[in-house]
Design a protein around this ligand. Structure first.
Ligand code: MLT
Length: 267
C-alpha cells in the first residue's frame, strides 16, 4: 500500500493498481480497502484503480477531533492531489457512498460519475440515530465483539450466509480489527451526516444506483425511491443479495461498474 501524510491525516493508506481512467473505490463500515478484493484485479486491467483506507479504517488515521463525511471526502481529495489526478469516477459502498456524496458536494467539478453501492443520500432517521447511540453505548462498555458479531452477518443475504459461512467469518474477523475509538467516531460521523438528496437536482455527473433486494440495512423500497433523482441514472437491482454485493455478487458488480465507467468516460 502507498502511504502519505497530509495536514488533516498523519497517515493515509491506499492501493493503486492498473492503468487507464481513474476509478476510486470507497469501502463501507466496518471494512477497509481489502473489501474490494474480488473485483479489484479485473477492474485494474481497464482502470487506474485507487482503493483507500478511509480515515479511521485500516491503516489510515486522522488528526483527532470529530470524524465526518466531509473529512473522509477531504482524504480522497488529498490522495488525488498527491497523485496529480483532477477528475475521477467514485464508487462508494454504504458509508463510502456517504463519503462520496460529500465529495460530490465539495468537489463537483472533480467528479465524472458517482456510483452508490448499497448507499443512500438520505440522512439517518431519528430511529436510526437512536440505534447508533445505543450501539455506541454498547461499544463503550466493552461490547465491541457483541456489536461486530451481530452487525456483520446481518449485512449478508440469508442464502449467501448459509452457503458461505467462511466469508462472513472473515468479514467479522476484519471488522474486529477496528479500534473502538474509530468505530465510535465512524458511528457518530454517519449519525451526523447531512441529507444530500438535494444534490442530484443540479448534478452534472451521471449517478449509478446498485441495490440489493435483500439488503437489511437499506430497505429495497427506500433505495429505489432515489433512483430517478439525477439527470442520468443507471440502476441495477440484484436478487438474492444483501448489503455486500462486492462479495455476494462480485461478477455483476464488476461488470456494472465497468459499464457505468465506460459511459461516464466516453460521454
Ligand atoms: C456501512 O455498511 O458502511 C454502514 O454500516 C452503513 C450504515 O451504518 O449506515
Amino acid at each position: 500500500m502507498i502511504q502519505i501524510s497530509t495536514k488533516d491525516f498523519p497517515k493515509l493508506s491506499y492501493n493503486k493498481t492498473g492503468n487507464g481512467p481513474v476509478l476510486v473505490l470507497l469501502h463501507g463500515f466496518p471494512a477497509n480497502a481489502d473489501l474490494w478484493r474480488e473485483i479489484a484485479p479485473a477492474l485494474s486491467k481497464h482502470f487506474t484503480l485507487i482503493c483507500p483506507d478511509l480515515p479511521g479504517s485500516g491503516e489510515s488515521t486522522f488528526s483527532g477531533g470529530d470524524l465526518s463525511m466531509e473529512l473522509m471526502a477531504q482524504s480522497v481529495s488529498d490522495i488525488l492531489e498527491h497523485e496529480g489526478i483532477d477528475k475521477v469516477l467514485i464508487a462508494g459502498h454504504s458509508m463510502g457512498g456517504y463519503a462520496a456524496l460529500a465529495f460530490a458536494d465539495m468537489f463537483p467539478r472533480k467528479l465524472s460519475g458517482l456510483s452508490l453501492v448499497h448507499s443512500t443520500a438520505y440522512a439517518d432517521s431519528d430511529e436510526k440515530k437512536d440505534g447508533r447511540r445505543k450501539s455506541i453505548d454498547i461499544i463503550r462498555n466493552g461490547g465491541k465483539e457483541v456489536f461486530i458479531k451481530q452487525m456483520v452477518p446481518n449485512l449478508f443475504a440469508k442464502g449467501f450466509k448459509e452457503i458461505y459461512p467462511d466469508v462472513i467469518e472473515a468479514q467479522v474477523k476484519d471488522g474486529m480489527k477496528a479500534d473502538i475509538n474509530n468505530i465510535i467516531a465512524m458511528q457518530n460521523a454517519m449519525k451526523n451526516r447531512a441529507d444530500r438528496i438535494g444534490l442530484f437536482k443540479n448534478a452534472t455527473f451521471p449517478v449509478q444506483w446498485i441495490i440489493g433486494k435483500q439488503d437489511n440495512l437499506l430497505p429495497f423500497d427506500k433505495a429505489l425511491q432515489q433512483t430517478y433523482l439525477a439527470n442520468i441514472n443507471f440502476v441495477s437491482v440484484y436478487e438474492n443479495t444483501g448489503h455486500m454485493c462486492m462479495l455476494e455478487n462480485a461478477g455483476a458488480l464488476r461488470k456494472d461498474i465497468a459499464d457505468f465507467a465506460y459511459f461516464c468516460n466516453n460521454s
